[in-house]
Design a protein around this ligand. Structure first.
Ligand code: ATP
Ligand code: MG
Length: 734
């Protein structure tokens, strides 16, 4: 029984409605930020379901699982609001194939939506590969995170005796990103080196040898890195056309958000899955492409009509998110782009206030000013309508301290992930061995916990175990009683195969003695983290899915119920697609944003510009751009003067109000000849006052805001602080 949805006419404009209603064949929606692309997908989802399409026939590919989750919830809500009842065929109500990612069984007529497959390309790939894997693997693969991968590269290099003792040989992390770049851009190592990493040229042969060794190691130990997931899925579909056909039959409708950030292999996967029918809708914005560094290829959008010749192209013009004064600033960011994006965002939304450029004395006083502004904003908005955005995860360090001091609660996206903490990785290594005994990294990690087990013994034990040489195993275990206990608990849990949360709780209990001895200072806090891990595990029924999700998503964040009491701190990359009433962008100083590395190549610099565009277009009502005049230098304990980010310099002054920090802990307006002093609430003042040791030369002059743009300034960025390794700031969770 299918009831008609009330029409969506009043919810959508004409172009959006057209996209929602074209459900046969290929459709590309290409449009600027905030023009309702994601909203169109949500409504199309609702429309499909309402037309009787079974949720299991829909594949929704998004940038994060959280995004697809939210889209699904919105579609569900819409249907529940607009229809009385929809009943799907009986078989849809059973969760098929264990690969649904939705656990919210709300009491709604649309419970059956749990059957809809949605998430990232990577998690989709894993959901297939855990069941069917291509030739060359002995068991379903475990997923490596980047620290595992660089560990493997390090070991392979040692084993092959490559560049022994040569100090200039690149670090494993650099080698890994070279490998990843080559794969994602689908170029040979040599080509990437010649194009952009010229200094590695002397090592070309060594790197090639290492590449091959890394590849065969992964096969042999049944592990895959992030990139493998996509390529191996493609290989699987090539090896198994029957499987591809069954997936093509299953996914009658494919929708892809943020299409501008797909890479070549993702694009091919979409085409494979869409097959002859080509029932696909992709939405994207070329001006928001910010993953070229990972091989994303904006040409995928531009080539859509070649890939799907019958494709309908729909453009959305109107912005519904931001006020016009915010959009004026956003447009201006793109005006200076080398490539022209024929886009001019407009809105009917009323103007509230101009964006503000705020110039704190340093990044330290910036933290205080930002915190004060947030407190003030919290008087006007719910905390979850406020976000602070930054270029790199570690940029929020001082702000986090300041917010903690003031009791402002926040959640943080991007940057160093909780699961990379040593204790979490330790416990997860046991779990990984339960799923895949061949996983050498996990094995290494577990054995390294026991005293007296070095790399040689570890390898000996690993081989003995793979060859079922019980005598050798017990000989080694005799020397290390804790190791024997480790192997025992793994074996016990493998045989009894309990629920993921039971496994994590047991392993945590088992790990406690290591925890107290290895982390004498902060084991109680780490124990809490492990307990939280157990809670998250409780939302899963399959251990391998839980493990994969920890690598591919950040369940510590995405499983959190939306807490309206918390503000958001996020890297710009993780803020893609989202929106807040008030957005504060910090550290708009040279070398911080754009990042120092990006100044070497114009394409990289332009990518930073699009990142700036993404950041500014997140704001609905209020936008604040913080551009500190100096940056704290941890090495000397002093501050170094910095130029404002070129993205600030090139903005026309009439687009924003300009405020400068003054010596009483407030702000003085600089523009339009006004000399107004704004001080924050007096009770905050004592906390807002900066420590005199951070003070900088009061004679410092403020650069006029309308300086000429980049090229001339790009070369000048030499005399400032180095971008710091997060670990040097004590941020590292290891
Ligand atoms: P981005 O490029 O940043 O991902 P987007 O194009 O996906 O943006 P949405 O997030 O879908 O844009 O929409 C931006 C905001 O505008 C949302 O709050 C959405 O609900 C609202 N919106 C979009 N279209 C309409 C409409 N026709 N009527 C009212 N509000 C709309
Ligand atoms: Mg969107």
């Amino acid at each position: 029984q299918i009831t008609q949805t009330k029409d969506f006419n009043s919810h959508l404009n004409e172009a959006q409605l057209q996209a929602v209603e074209s459900i046969n064949g290929a459709t590309l929606v290409i449009a600027g930020a905030g023009s309702g692309k994601t909203r169109t997908i949500v409504y199309r989802l609702a429309h499909l379901l309402n037309s009787g399409v079974s949720p299991s026939n829909i594949l929704l590919l998004t940038f994060t699982r959280k995004a697809s989750h939210e889209m699904l919830q919105r579609a569900t809500k819409l249907l529940n609001e607009t229809t009385s009842n929809i009943i799907y065929p009986e078989n849809d109500l059973s969760a098929s194939e264990n690969n649904n990612y939705y656990y919210h069984k709300e009491n709604s007529p649309h419970t059956s939506l749990i059957n809809l497959q949605g998430g990232t390309f990577h998690s989709f790939a894993f959901s297939v590969l855990r069941q069917y894997y291509p030739s060359g693997y002995a068991t379903p693969p475990n997923i490596l995170d980047s620290s595992d991968s660089s560990g493997i590269i390090h070991d392979c290099k040692d084993n092959l005796k490559i560049a022994k003792g040569e100090k200039s040989f690149p670090k494993s992390q650099t080698v890994l990103s070279l490998f990843s770049k080559a794969r994602n851009k689908e170029l040979s190592l040599d080509e990437v080196i010649k194009r952009e990493l010229y200094h590695l040229l002397p090592y070309s042969d060594d790197l090639e040898q290492l590449y091959q060794a890394y590849k065969s190691f992964k096969r042999q130990h049944a592990v895959m890195d992030y990139d493998d997931l996509l390529f191996e899925l493609e290989r699987l579909f090539t090896e198994r056309p029957d499987l591809l056909t069954s997936y093509q039959n299953r996914f009658q409708y494919i929708m892809v958000d943020e299409y501008q950030d797909t890479n070549l292999v993702q694009c091919r996967l979409v085409r494979l899955l869409a097959g002859e029918k080509g029932n696909i809708m992709a939405v994207g914005d070329d001006a928001q492409s910010i993953y070229a560094f990972r091989g994303a290829n904006v040409k995928n959008i531009l080539a859509f009509t070649e890939h799907f010749p019958q494709a309908k192209i729909i453009k959305l013009e109107e912005n519904y998110r931001s006020t016009q004064s915010i959009l004026n600033l956003c447009n201006s960011v793109l005006d200076h782009a080398v490539e022209s994006y024929k886009k001019h965002l407009f809105t009917k939304r009323e103007n509230k206030q101009k964006p503000q450029v705020i110039r704190p004395f340093s990044d330290l006083t910036q933290a205080k000013l930002v915190a004060s502004r947030i407190v003030e904003l919290m008087g006007r908005y719910e905390p979850n309508e406020i976000a602070v955005l930054f270029r790199s995860g570690y940029h929020s360090y001082h702000l986090e301290l300041e917010l903690n001091k003031r009791g402002v609660r926040f959640r943080k996206y991007g940057g160093i992930r909780y699961i990379e903490a040593q204790h979490i990785k330790d416990v997860m290594s046991y779990a990984r061995l339960l799923v895949n005994p061949l996983d050498f990294n996990a094995f290494q990690r577990v054995t390294s916990l026991s005293k007296g087990i070095g790399p040689k013994t570890c390898l000996k034990l690993y081989n003995a175990m793979q060859n079922h040489d019980d005598q050798e195993v017990s000989k080694i275990c005799k020397k290390a009683p804790t190791l024997a206990a480790d192997l025992k608990i793994i074996e016990k849990l493998r045989i009894s195969n309990p629920s993921p949360s039971y496994i994590i709780d047991e392993l945590t209990e088992h790990y406690k003695p290591y925890l107290t001895s290895n982390f004498p200072d902060d084991h109680p806090r780490r124990l809490q983290g492990l307990e939280e891990l157990g809670h998250i595990a409780a939302t899963y029924t399959e251990l391998d899915l839980f493990i994969a999700d920890l690598c591919l998503e950040d369940p510590f964040n995405s499983n959190q119920q939306e807490d309206t009491e918390k503000i958001t701190l996020s890297t710009i990359h993780s803020a893609k697609g989202l929106e807040w009433s008030a957005v504060l962008i910090i550290d708009l100083a040279e070398d911080r944003f754009p990042s120092k590395k990006s100044l070497l190549k114009i394409e990289d610099f332009e990518e930073e510009r699009r990142l700036m565009y993404v950041a500014c277009t997140r704001a609905k009502d209020e936008l604040y751009l913080f551009s500190p005049l100096s940056l704290y230098d941890r090495a000397t304990g002093g501050t170094n003067q910095v130029q404002p980010s070129p993205f600030i310099k090139e903005l026309k002054t009439e687009l924003y109000e300009e405020w400068q920090e003054n010596y009483i802990g407030g702000l003085t307006q600089k523009s339009a000849g006004v000399n107004q002093t704004q001080t924050y609430k007096p009770e905050r003042l004592s906390q807002t006052k900066w420590n005199s040791e951070y003070d900088i030369d009061p004679t410092i002059t403020i650069t006029p805001a309308n300086n000429p743009p980049i090229p001339s300034t790009v070369e000048q960025n030499t005399n400032t602080t180095q971008a710091k390794d997060p670990r040097s700031l004590g941020l590292c969770t290891h």
